[in-house]
Ligand binder design. Structure first.
Ligand code: AMP
Ligand code: MG
Length: 315
């Protein structure tokens, strides 16, 4: 399949309306989407990514009028979070509307819904004229794409079109919050911090990564975000071993920063989060064997960053 590269949201949206698959930018990472109501189109996403069928997709909305078409109802807690954080990098798990094919939700009776806060994404989705089901635009297991080039690297020849844009702003995926239980439950930490959610709904808590709760977010079971190189998490920059096969990413410099073949120092946790997946892909392109990543305190955005670092290090 030829993959068309375009800057025009309308051109990309025409492919969605024809039942094809398109990679597009959002404020978190690039997504790869299809008509959320078309089972045939959505299956093409799983095929393009090599994604396990039980890993659900997020349904993206251009505006809130579309919400009732994908969710059977909107619980009170969900409405509070919508009022506070939509549009934005927050995905809410809601009861699935019968019109949403089960292939979208990995067989679940719930559906993940979000409304991106991103000019190009919004123009694209408006032109699609329907909700767009989309996971991240990487090959399953690989680091999420934060540039259109990364999406091209993983999906060229496998999708009809890539909507080009600048590097994504957050660099990490959305926060996923289950709103179907008594209290909101964070299934995946992300760009909206737990602390910010708790300012709106103090009862919000974090799902225990090892508890049966995670059965509700099947995606978190899989190996994720991993570069080909080994990822080593360190508390102290001095623990990193410099060399031609080594890379360093962190907030503080190791003793011989320039002896690492690839290295980036980040001024804060936000920059670290934005750099992470891009840095992993740079390391793979350079043939790096070991990537040393400095740990950060698991608070604010640091919680999401540590989650991605841990999963990458498991790889
Ligand atoms: P991605 O956009 O690649 O991060 O993939 C979407 C992720 O959203 C999945 O891996 C799940 O973790 C989460 N998700 C989507 N829909 C649901 C759902 N119905 N229940 C629980 N988690 C979901
Ligand atoms: Mg993903």
């Amino acid at each position: 399949m030829h993959t068309l590269l375009t800057n025009a949201p309308q051109v990309a949206a025409a492919f969605i309306r024809r039942g094809e698959v398109v990679a597009f930018p959002t404020e978190t990472v690039f997504g790869v989407g299809a008509d959320a109501f078309s089972e045939v189109a959505v299956r093409k996403i799983f095929a393009a990514k090599g994604r396990p069928a039980d890993n659900p997709l997020i349904v993206h909305l251009a505006d809130l009028d579309q919400l009732d078409r994908v969710a059977a109802r909107v619980p009170e807690v969900a409405q509070r979070l919508i009022d506070a954080f939509f549009p934005g990098p927050l995905t809410l798990i809601l009861p699935r509307h019968a019109d949403v094919p089960r292939v979208v939700t990995g067989g679940l009776d719930t559906v993940g819904v979000r409304m991106p806060r991103h000019e190009v994404a919004e123009a694209f989705m408006r032109a699609c004229g329907r909700p767009v089901a989309a996971p991240s635009a990487n090959q399953s297991g690989r680091p999420s794409p934060t540039t259109w080039q990364a999406a091209y690297e993983d999906l060229e020849g496998r999708v009809a079109c890539i909507l080009q844009d600048d590097r994504t702003e957050a660099g990490l995926e959305s926060t996923v919050v289950d709103c179907t239980g008594a209290a909101p439950l964070v299934l995946r930490p992300g760009a909206v911090s737990l602390e910010r959610l708790q300012t709106v709904l103090p009862a919000t808590r974090l799902a225990d990564a090892d508890a049966p709760d995670t059965a509700r977010s099947p995606g978190t079971r899989y190996r994720h975000y991993a570069p080909r190189a080994r990822v080593l998490l360190i508390d102290d920059p001095a623990e990193a071993t410099p060399g031609q096969g080594s890379a360093y990413l962190g907030l503080h410099p190791p003793p011989e920063l320039h002896a690492f073949r690839v290295h980036t120092l980040c001024q804060d946790v936000e920059t670290y989060a934005r750099e992470l997946f891009h840095f992993f892909r740079r390391c793979d392109a350079a043939g790096i064997k070991a990537i040393y990543c400095e740990k950060v305190p698991p608070e604010g955005l640091g919680l999401a960053l540590m989650d991605r670092l841990r999963r990458a290090a498991q790889g």
